[in-house]
Design a protein around this ligand. Sequence first.
Ligand code: G
Ligand code: G
Ligand code: MN
Ligand code: NA
Length: 256
Amino acid sequence: LMLETALRNSLETGEGIEVHYQPLFERDGGRLHSAEALVRWHHPLFGSVAPGDFIPLAERVGLMVPLGERVLQMVCAQLAAWQREGREPVPVAVNLSARQFWHNDLPGQVAAMLEAHGLPPGLVGFEITESTLLDKQQQATKLLQGLRDFGCSLAIDDFGTGYSSLSYLQDLPVTTLKIDRSFIQRLGEGERGSAAIVAAVTGMAHELGLSVVAEGVETEAQRRALDRYPVDLLQGFLLGYPVTAARFARSHLASR
Ligand code: G
Ligand code: G
Ligand code: MN
Ligand code: NA
């Protein structure tokens, strides 16, 4: 209960809520492609609380929608600031929980936010998990298309851990598949089963015209193992940790 009150207060003031940015790179050539936004919370009394703890809490107590709005707002403000400073920003993908995704008029909110910050379409994208889309394919398609209309990239996160089949992806207007890091890990260990899964998933995703991200790349061995598959983008501690906006700009964004 104390943690809930603390989160409520932090959300009202914005104090202690921060967004970190993790880079995604093109597998071939190594160019910076985009970033994933990851929320962080530091409370004066409780210290740094892990997202794995406060996001489920926010979900339980009805704070996920305001938290998500705050994150999206911070990302848009950051992108606008980078533009003002003469930096060449890259697209930033924001994670959406099911509750946020299904909250009314997400595309409208996104449109208003982009407009308020003077951002061109295409600079903001989203990541959702398979379970978010389960059972409501028709409504999901409509919502996703609404977001696509603003140029947002749309990634299925943690792919392979849920229940979905690749066939249903064919009907969803998503742009990107992020292969869950558990597969990348086992691939690096030379496990045959996960190699078969990665081969099948990357092959079919490519056939469907989706761009494929390997997430959670931590070792050279994993990176090398991925060379054999049609993977477009790499993300993981080997290539770059999630860092503050300032650090991300210093390390990755060129000044014009
Ligand atoms: O940043 P970290 O790897 O600790 O994130 C843990 C989990 O929290 C991941 O599943 C990640 O997708 C999720 N997460 C991080 N930031 C956000 C956010 O802004 N919104 C939502 N809904 N989930 C987030
Ligand atoms: O569920 P999602 O994929 O959004 O989770 C993102 C989380 O994964 C973030 O908390 C981020 O810190 C973490 N992460 C990013 N790269 C790596 C990695 O290479 N290894 C591990 N173990 N976690 C990672
Ligand atoms: Mn993610
Ligand atoms: Na993920």
